[in-house]
Write a protein that binds this ligand. Structure first.
Ligand code: DX5
Ligand code: ZN
Length: 217
């Protein structure tokens, strides 16, 4: 049974509180918050004032995905939100070990995210320090994109890397996740599924979350 982390990027921003309350009453485990800076990715989403409002309405842990350059500048501010997970991109951190240490010292789970083309083997020398690895199964920046198929094989390689090194990092997948791709991903070894459009465009979002939760190996 995977953890399910609906992405609020696909929520109705005119009715954010309503959508968060819907998630509070669902089987969702975490809330996935996508922060974009218009530099690391070709889009801008929302920042701290909006996330503070989201945090106030949320009754479940926040899973913050920073698609920004120099994410370590904001570690303290993400911790102050009460976030459980802080996800930074491998491609955005020159001194990744220092960034990861800072996230853990701030009391959060340290997550490292890989773009679709970044091999999991690049994490070999840090995997034991990570609480979570997130694989992008679309190019980051937008919701509603098509799932990139080779991420299934990549998920299996990451599962092997974690298991063979005795590490405990969770595997999270972000992008194009629905019941079909979610089933493949869970079979490949995923622990956490992010879902934006699959949840918020569903006729019954809570039923969609329940269906994702019910997937098993
Ligand atoms: C994309 C974001 C995702 C996005 C996923 O850059 O990181 O979290 O919201 O949306 P779907 O599930 O619609 O692909
Ligand atoms: Zn995301």
């Amino acid at each position: 049974m995977p953890l399910v982390s609906p992405s609020l990027l696909s929520a109705d921003f005119g009715h954010l509180e309503r959508d968060i309350k819907m998630l509070n009453d669902s089987q969702a485990d975490w809330y996935h918050l996508d922060v974009m800076d218009g530099v690391f990715v070709p889009n801008i989403s929302f920042g701290f004032p909006v996330m503070e409002a989201m945090a106030k309405a949320a009754t479940k842990p926040l899973d913050v995905h920073l698609m920004i350059e120099r994410p370590e500048k904001f570690t303290a501010q993400v911790a102050a939100l009460g976030a459980k997970v802080m996800n930074v991109h491998y491609e955005a951190c020159t001194h990744l070990h220092r960034v990861v240490t800072g996230i853990k010292e701030a009391g959060m789970m340290a997550g490292v995210t890989l773009n679709p083309h970044t091999p999991v083997e690049l994490l070999t020398d840090i995997i034991g320090e990570l609480d979570l690895v997130m694989l992008m199964s679309v190019n980051p920046g937008f919701g509603g994109q098509k799932f990139i198929h080779h991420i299934l094989e990549k998920t299996k390689r990451l599962r092997r890397l974690i298991d063979e090194s005795g590490a405990t990092a969770l595997i999270e997948i972000d992008g194009g996740v629905n019941q079909t791709t979610g089933q493949w991903l869970v079979e490949a070894g995923a622990d956490v599924l992010v879902a934006g459009s699959a949840v918020f465009k569903a006729a019954d979002p809570q039923a969609e979350i329940a269906a994702l939760k019910a997937l098993s190996r």
